[in-house]
Design a protein around this ligand. Structure first.
Ligand code: HEM
Ligand code: HEM
Length: 251
């Protein structure tokens, strides 16, 4: 039996952009001093991750069969049967996301949106202090889910002797019905990649390392040391609170 393409190119472009940008945002947040000018790259990676998610949300509505949100298998009984199959062997083959991957995908996309929302709230100075706590806890939970996702793929591959992990690279799965086949949608993938590159370039262009400020849609986000502002993060412009008693505070 030959392999069948189940993941189109836009889904794969999203996957590796998402994984790469998450890793970059997480690594920078933990390895770079939050008062260093380089910490701004954390925010830029996080915002680009937000753009990737928005594009994927749209593709989940109009994309090919296994890219659609409606194709996720979220029935808890199917999840239980799938996990039983991984432990004991057997169980059905999934052309699209298996139930464990479906839940992992949903949770990770939701957490990414939460990270961007809480990050933006902090960077515009409107967030109360606890938001920073939530941002950090969600980041670490996100990491755990991503690691579980990778461990699950390895376990699946070992247990079922198939190359499931490679399907997000090649787009192809072995042993699924040819009816599950989807077109590559190369032009959409190119457009998605182009939008991500343009989004990244726009962010980098809007960011001024000298002032550590990012001018974004009329709001000036400043990430860096600033006279005792909360962790050096504040915003000017629309969201600015300039009564000298800004939204959040040092530890
Ligand atoms: C070696 C690393 C990785 C491999 C080989 C891999 C592979 C895969 C595969 C094969 C699927 C589809 C699973 C299925 O058909 O049931 C998938 C889905 C997914 N993975 Fe990964 N993954 C990796 C790392 C990551 C990381 C680090 C993240 C997040 C930070 C991530 C996020 C996702 C998401 C969000 C989906 C759903 C994709 C979509 O529907 O657009 N993956 N991954
Ligand atoms: C998935 C994306 C993201 C991840 C994984 C992530 C992760 C983290 C982590 C782990 C911290 C704690 C760092 C520390 O102080 O030790 C942090 C802090 C922070 N993040 Fe994010 N973040 C993400 C997206 C964003 C975005 C989009 C923004 C802004 C638009 C943002 C703004 C901030 C700010 C302002 C802080 C506080 C830094 C400080 O302590 O001064 N983050 N983030």
């Amino acid at each position: 039996m030959s392999t069948v393409r189940v993941y189109d190119l836009p889904t794969r472009v999203f996957h590796w952009s998402f994984a790469g940008l998450f890793a970059a945002a997480y690594a920078i947040a933990n390895l770079v001093d939050d008062e260093s000018a380089r910490f701004a790259w954390h925010m830029l990676a996080g915002l680009l991750l937000g753009l990737a998610v928005l594009l994927r949300l749209a593709w989940g509505v109009v994309g090919t069969r296994h890219a659609r949100w409606s194709d996720l298998s979220l029935d808890p009984r199917q999840l239980a049967a799938y996990l039983k199959g991984v432990v004991a062997g057997g169980g059905r083959r999934w052309a699209g996301h298996n139930p464990a991957s479906s839940w992992a995908a949903l949770v990770m996309v939701a957490m990414a949106l939460g990270m961007v929302a809480s990050g933006l709230a902090m960077a515009t100075g409107i967030a109360p202090e606890w938001v920073e706590e939530v941002h950090e806890v969600v980041a670490n939970t996100f990491l755990v889910v991503a690691l579980l996702h990778i461990a699950g793929l390895v376990l699946h591959a070992l247990r079922h002797c198939d190359a499931l992990p490679a399907s997000m690279l090649t787009g192809r799965k072995f042993g699924v019905s040819t009816e599950a086949a989807v077109p590559a949608r190369g032009l959409v993938a190119l457009l998605m990649l182009g939008l991500l590159v343009a989004g990244g370039a726009t962010l980098v262009r809007a960011y001024d390392p000298a002032t550590q400020a990012l001018d974004l849609f009329g709001t000036r986000l400043v990430l860096g040391e600033d006279g005792g502002e909360a962790h050096g993060v504040h915003a000017e412009g629309e969201a600015h609170d300039d009564d000298g008693d800004e939204g959040h505070d040092d530890e």
